[in-house]
Design a protein around this ligand. Structure first.
Ligand SMILES: Cc1ncc(COP(=O)(O)O)c(C=O)c1O
Length: 391
């Protein structure tokens, strides 16, 4: 990646070269359809898809027949919300989720509300945690789905999913968890979480974009997603994206081997970055919990500074890629719903900077950020009427 310092791994990760090598034959000579099992070209594709299924299942401690390939995290989350809602509509029409879920969960919930469903959006505390007791007391005899993410993509807070899963199980309610930011980075075990479904996205763990997976526990009632051919046990029809699925399988295998080491390294770099920012720049707020936090996530709000301006100045001329919960990066005019749910003021949400680390980041990258960021913040504050006012 030349001299670029890439610190936006929560948005997407680079493709691991070993993943690319595993995929290429399935884009060239091994082009057969995984459904055409009457000749060897098709067989080969089918075997590769099934091998990937075994790898994904192993990483999350599931059975291979509980893993379904999809086009990514958004599709898996949509499938969970709509699929459970459709399958269980006759039992009840109440869903519990949180205010800080990804839009891939929130938007399907909003749509269902328009169709007459009721949805409880649990608030979070200042560090981003939902209150498990509040969740328990929100359950009614109409509740058919609880969907709470494992870890938040903006602030890195890790939710108490084991406790939530236990409550859902006791009450016989389907529990879906969005594990897009955790699978391949920290341990995810469907049995200890007690979830009925979870969402995976390949491009967040050094795999290709446009492919992912959905775990659905055996016997869980979730309506089919795409009707058509018999692929994916007739629940998600369509000719398999064989190269993509092979890429996901390889990425998952690599993650199994490298995850602990990567987490140890990114935690070290993360903590150095947090400490460095806090010691060199005044009037900053670390967003998200300090302890129960993704190993690779750093998210700060800088008083009286615009997130967009920081991103641009980090990129040009420094070639450091970061992101923000401010308007321009979220493709909407509103500040991040996650930061607002923490209780931040609009200006604080707009003044946020997210830096998410990956396996190729080094101490030198952190030093470089700590060299340039204080100057950028200072320059922007000098131009800001807000900062002089708040002094
Ligand atoms: C927590 C979370 N859920 C879902 C998604 C959507 O995943 P995909 O890009 O594979 O559709 C993302 C991606 O940003 C995410 O961070």
């Amino acid at each position: 990646m030349g001299d670029i310092i890439y610190l936006d791994h929560a948005a997407t990760t680079p493709l691991d070269p070993e993943v690319l090598d595993a995929m290429l034959p399935f884009m060239k000579e091994k082009f057969g359809s995984a459904s055409a099992i009457y000749y060897s070209l098709g067989h080969e594709a089918r075997d590769a898809v099934e091998e990937a299924r075994v790898s994904v299942a192993r990483l999350i401690n599931a059975q291979p027949e509980e893993v379904y390939f999809t086009s990514g995290g958004s599709e898996s989350d949509n499938w969970a919300v709509f699929g459970v809602a459709q399958a269980k509509a006759s039992k009840g029409k109440h869903i519990i989720t949180s205010k800080i879920e990804h839009h891939a969960v929130l938007e399907p919930c909003h749509w269902l509300e328009k169709q007459g469903w009721s949805v409880t959006y649990l608030p979070v505390d200042a560090n981003g945690f939902i209150d498990v007791e509040e969740l328990r007391s929100s359950i009614t005899d109409q509740t058919i789905l609880i969907t709470i993410m494992h870890a938040n993509n903006e602030i890195g807070t890790i939710e108490p999913v084991e406790e939530i899963g236990k409550i859902a199980k006791e009450r016989g309610i389907h529990f879906h968890t969005d594990t897009v930011q955790t699978v391949g980075h920290i341990p995810v075990d469907v049995n200890s979480i007690n979830c009925d479904s979870l969402a995976i996205s390949a491009h967040k763990l050094y795999g290709p974009k446009g492919v992912g997976a959905m775990y659905i526990s055996k016997g869980s009632r979730v309506e089919k997603l795409i009707r058509g051919g018999g692929q994916e046990s007739s629940r998600r029809a369509g000719t398999h994206n064989v190269a993509g699925i092979v890429g996901l399988g390889k990425a998952v295998k690599l993650a199994e081997k490298q995850m602990a080491e990567e987490a140890e390294k990114t935690t070290r770099l993360r903590d150095a970055l947090i400490a460095g920012v806090e010691s060199r720049i005044q009037d900053v707020r670390l967003n998200g919990d300090r302890v129960k936090r993704l190993p690779n996530n750093v998210n700060f709000s800088f008083e009286a500074v615009e997130g967009e301006s920081m991103i641009l100045m980090m990129d040009q001329p420094n070639r450091i890629c970061v992101s923000s919960g401010s308007a321009c990066t979220s493709e909407s005019l509103d500040p991040s719903h996650v930061l607002m749910a923490l209780g931040l003021r609009h200006e604080q949400a707009h003044g946020s900077l997210r830096m998410t680390l990956g396996k190729d980041n080094t101490e030198a990258h952190i030093e470089r950020v700590l060299d340039v960021l204080p100057g950028i913040v200072q320059r922007l504050r000098e131009m800001s009427p807000l900062y002089s006012q708040s002094r």
